[in-house]
Design a protein around this ligand. Structure first.
Ligand code: G6Q
Length: 536
């Protein structure tokens, strides 16, 4: 048995789960008219209502006790100060330094990393301003109108989600495209509408060794030469964001057009670094800085607010209550805002790649559940699809609702309907429906918990705070579960095996299990047929 699951705080929570098994959230409100005021918090442009959760004062106190007896405080201090918290990869984890808007230095290996972070921001500023103003010219002297970010996973999801969320603030003459899938149809579709003389490619890859990204980048380069001619200056049209300068230069990217970042920035935490270049290009450098400031505000809150008033800590603890004591397997994230439609995919990676672990930091198997399955899509669409299961199914699914208060001037009526739908759902999940005259199958049991996060508006600042809120929530859960939230050996395995299998198909290797072997044979035969077909 692990230390955590045999701890006094854990046992206390198990007892409370039994004691409160038949409690109803609605009764908590009836017993305490001030519950909403007590259980809601504001930070800048972000408001969190966590009152519709199945937690009473005793449960909250026991959860905070669990946090206080965990390595959380120590790990938090270690992360912010640049100690090695990613122990399996022996690295510090410093996305918080990337958005450090204060004067503090952050020391890694005896050196302050802040000057190089500031220098990389300056470079981002200079380049994004040149492209946005039209000063940066393509090989024919045209301004750039289309930017294609080629990257996958952490080098795609963060900038992609953020650019889409802030489309209302984008440069009017620039269009951002994102290519991630190795499926050639993805890049083919994007390239179809583009002209080489006005297109800029960003090859975004921390390692510059990810198969999907390299293949897409090579296809883009071939397309460029084919349409622009062999003499066209590829250097004006390809830049890279990478820690691997050598490989980027080998690809043909000029040294001065490589935007650096560092090994201590994890892929899924990298949108605050040069990986955020598409964001700066789309909304401008000032907007990018506002995004960092919003996140910095959340960092300061996370560091300084008492546990009882600390948004990421509270969201994490309530999540742990559901996952470890009430049996929740999943966490739904439902943004009631079309601009946030990529947020569930982003959070899915953030949470599942970080906390999808089953050994603790010392390498011992855990005997408790860790990260949940995170899923979701926009409301109100979800209401007409999977919400049925949430209302009447047998599963217990906590929900995060996210929305912004400010409406677009032309569509205020729509925005009002959007928000009222969300409020109606959160209310219905809590209260259910057992009105007189309903037949059994019409009844909704209710007592299903939710958080509501309201942004005053979707701005770089509020979005920065929102993303940092979730990053820290994930961090707190990882610290309490005593796992390493910053490695991803499962992802690495996939990368390695894909390369091996493609080599071994060609070499007709017989080293695999019969199923893999049989499937490899079918793929090989299909490609041989296509090859010989194309030669005829
Ligand atoms: C993120 C993961 C993973 C990674 C991609 C792309 O935390 O490590 O999603 O970002 O595999 O890797 P590269 O940026 O090295 O191409």
């Amino acid at each position: 048995m692990n230390l955590l699951s045999s701890s006094v705080s854990w046992k206390k929570l198990s007892a409370l789960a039994e004691e409160t098994a038949n409690d109803r959230i609605s009764d908590y409100f009836a017993a305490d008219p001030a519950r909403f005021d007590k259980m809601s918090l504001r930070l800048g442009e972000l408001f969190l209502d966590f009152s519709k959760n199945k937690v009473n004062d005793k449960v909250l106190k026991a959860l905070i006790d669990l946090a206080e007896h965990s390595p959380l405080r120590q790990r938090r201090a270690q992360m912010f100060s640049g100690d090695i918290v990613n122990v399996t990869e022996k690295r510090p984890v410093l996305h918080t330094a990337l958005r450090n808007r204060g004067q503090d230095s952050v020391i890694v290996d005896g050196e302050d990393v802040m000057p190089s972070i500031r220098a990389s921001l300056e470079k981002l500023k200079g380049f994004s301003e040149q492209v946005r103003s039209g000063e940066w010219k393509g090989y024919k002297g045209n301004r750039i109108t289309d930017i294609v970010n080629i990257g996958i996973g952490g080098s795609d999801l963060g900038p992609n989600m953020t650019v889409r969320a802030l489309l209302h603030a984008k440069h009017p003459d620039l269009k951002l495209h994102f290519v991630s899938n190795v499926d050639g149809q993805h890049i083919k579709k994007v390239l179809k509408s583009l002209k080489p003389e006005s297109t800029l490619f960003i090859v975004s890859t921390k390692t510059f060794s990810t198969q999907e990204t390299l293949l897409n980048a090579q296809t883009a380069r071939r397309w460029f030469y084919k349409n622009a001619g062999e003499d066209a200056d590829v250097g004006q049209h390809f830049v890279a964001v990478s820690t691997n300068q050598e490989a980027a230069m080998e690809f043909g990217i000029r040294q001065e057009n490589i935007f650096e970042f560092w090994a201590w920035v994890g892929g899924r935490y990298s949108l605050w670094s040069s990986i955020g270049l598409p964001i700066a290009l789309s909304i401008g450098y000032e907007g990018f800085i506002e995004l960092l400031e919003g996140a910095y505000e959340m960092d300061q809150h996370f560091l300084n607010a008492p546990m009882e008033e600390n948004m990421p800590v509270l969201m994490a603890l309530i999540g742990i209550w559901y996952i470890n004591f009430l049996g929740a397997e999943t966490q739904a994230v439902i943004p009631y805002d079309q601009a946030l439609h990529q947020l569930p995919a982003f959070l899915q990676q953030l949470d599942m790649e970080s906390n999808g672990k089953s050994v603790d930091i010392e390498g011992n198997p855990v005997d408790y559940a860790t990260g949940p399955i995170v899923w979701g899509q926009t409301g109100s669409n979800g209401q007409h699809a999977f919400f049925q299961l949430l209302h009447q199914g047998t599963r217990f699914v906590p929900i995060d609702f996210i929305a912004s208060l400010e409406a677009d001037e032309q569509t205020t009526e729509h925005h009002f309907a959007l928000l009222t739908n969300m409020l109606a759902q959160a209310n219905a999940f809590m209260n259910g429906d057992d009105s007189d005259g309903l037949l059994d199958y019409q009844m909704c049991p209710g007592n299903r918990p939710s958080n509501v996060i309201l942004l005053d508006r979707i701005s770089p600042r509020s979005l920065g705070a929102l993303i940092a809120l979730y990053e820290h929530k994930v961090f707190v859960q990882g610290a309490i579960w005593n796992i390493n939230s910053f490695d991803q050996w499962g992802v690495q395995l996939g990368k390695r095996l894909a390369n091996e299998i493609s080599r071994n198909i060609e070499q007709k290797s017989q080293d695999y299990d019969p199923s893999t072997q049989g499937l490899m044979e079918l793929v090989r035969a299909a490609f041989e047929r296509q090859d010989s077909g194309s030669k005829k």
